[in-house]
Design a protein around this ligand. Structure first.
Ligand SMILES: *Cc1c(COP(=O)(O)O)cnc(C)c1O
Length: 425
């Protein structure tokens, strides 16, 4: 049976399902696999689709868990949208992770976790309650992923008036098993209310609480799947391992690539592409670790001064020298992001979102030739106010996103206290 241990090494090892239900380990650390399986390319022979490759890849991580027998079904259900690998130029391809319901790569992790938790919610006398505090984007992906799932109810808390109109729409357009609360206050109030609920007697007695935040290992493991699939497709075509260039904020996406390489997938170099938030870049390039307050950039989903998954990266490479040998990292400023978005229309015939543009620029700076894959994390239509003025035309909204904007919305306005949330139950 695969066990999961805390990065802080002060919690008991647990089965996968327990790690999924808990989110954070009791010692405040993040769950990681106690050990890693070893694969070779041949282990995936005959497997072509993302769900097939995913089921083979994650089988050792699900071994002995109550969800073991459902892994294939979970992969099929969660990964039911396209993840194309498209050629960009002669030695670079782009892995488009934005064809899911909210047009960003977080759909992969959120949908996989939803499929797992909905199965773990079966058989109780009440549904699992997922409480999420969001400053905008994550809440939308989580709401979309859990909408309509049996045995689950979702309550999304967001700061009233402090998210964009499109973001608010994505939080409030669900109904059914998803309720949205517009909280008088700021994001930190929402987060505090969620934390208080977990410690509150009434909530413990009346709800089965669980969390879906980005540090849940159920969001990282499935992200390995697209690295496995893309590296295998590419290896079968070119006969060499692919290097990946990854837009990086909290390091969850990049960590999944490191784990995929660790288990034996044909992955060569890993290049972290950060915006002006550069602690990880400086650290990889030799400076001491230093947390910074985050600065606002055009690639806003990567505005992170203290990446939460660094703990997992450090657990994978306990010696700093090994981490520095394992990846490269570069920082890209806003002016360069704008330049890349503008130039790429002519150069590649592509419109990139600001996050993807960061990685495209880092790719362009790599010397020599190779088999390179740039990871595209969001559809440009999600960032139309940045992208459209730069390219001088509109960006077509993908059908999935368009469908969301056509749904009607509803939310409940509450004060920023747990008592107000409890009264609304
Ligand atoms: C969250 C996000 C990122 C950063 O991913 P991490 O896993 O936090 O490093 C990059 N691009 C987009 C569009 C995102 O939503």
């Amino acid at each position: 049976m695969m066990q999961f241990v805390s990065t802080r090494e002060n919690s008991p090892a647990v089965a996968l399902s327990d790690a999924l239900l808990a989110g954070l380990a009791p010692d405040g650390g993040l769950y990681v696999p106690a050990d890693f399986p070893e694969f070779s390319v041949e282990d995936f022979e005959g497997l072509e689709t993302v769900p097939e490759i995913g089921a083979r890849l994650l089988a050792p991580f699900f071994a002995g868990d109550v969800l073991e027998g459902e892994l294939a079904a979970i992969c099929e259900e969660a990964l039911d949208f396209e993840i194309p690998l498209k050629d960009l130029d002669e030695d670079t391809a782009i892995l488009e992770l934005f064809h899911g319901p909210t047009a960003a790569f977080k759909d992969v992790g959120a949908r996989f976790l939803a499929s797992c938790l909905s199965r773990l919610g079966r058989g109780g006398d009440k549904p699992l309650t997922i409480l999420v505090a969001t400053s905008g984007d994550t809440g939308g992906a989580v709401a979309a992923a859990f909408y309509g799932k049996p045995n689950i109810e979702v309550q999304v808390l967001y700061p009233k008036g402090k998210v964009s109109a499109r973001q608010e729409h994505q939080l409030t357009c669900w109904g059914g098993n998803v309720r949205a609360f517009a909280v008088s206050g700021v994001f930190d109030d929402c987060q505090r209310m969620v934390k208080e609920a977990f410690a509150d007697a009434w909530w413990q007695e009346n709800k089965r609480l669980s969390s879906a935040n980005s540090i849940n290992i159920g969001r990282v493991l499935p992200q390995m799947i697209y690295y496995a699939a893309a590296s295998l497709w590419s290896f079968r075509e070119h006969g060499v391992a692919a290097d990946f260039v990854i837009p990086t904020g909290n390091l969850g996406n990049a960590l999944a690539c490191m784990w995929a390489r660790r288990v034996g997938l044909p992955i060569g170099e890993i290049h972290l592409a950060a915006n002006a938030n550069r602690p990880i870049v400086d650290f990889v390039n030799g400076a001491d670790w230093q947390v910074m307050a985050s600065v606002q950039t055009l690639a806003s989903a990567m505005d992170v001064g203290n990446p939460s998954n660094l703990e997992r990266v450090r657990a994978l490479y306990p010696a700093v020298a090994d981490l520095r040998a394992a990846v490269t990292a570069a920082s890209v400023d806003d002016a360069t992001i704008e330049g890349v978005i503008r130039a790429s229309v002519g150069m590649y015939g592509e419109v990139f979102c600001p996050h993807t543009a960061v990685a495209v620029h880092v790719r362009e700076g790599l010397s020599g030739s190779g088999n390179r894959i740039v990871v595209a994390t969001a559809h440009p239509a999600k960032f139309e106010s940045i992208v459209e003025p730069l390219i001088g035309r509109g960006v077509e909204i993908p059908p999935a996103l368009e469908a969301l904007f056509e749904r009607s919305t509803a939310c409940v306005e509450i004060e920023g206290t747990l008592a107000a949330l409890t009264a609304a139950q």
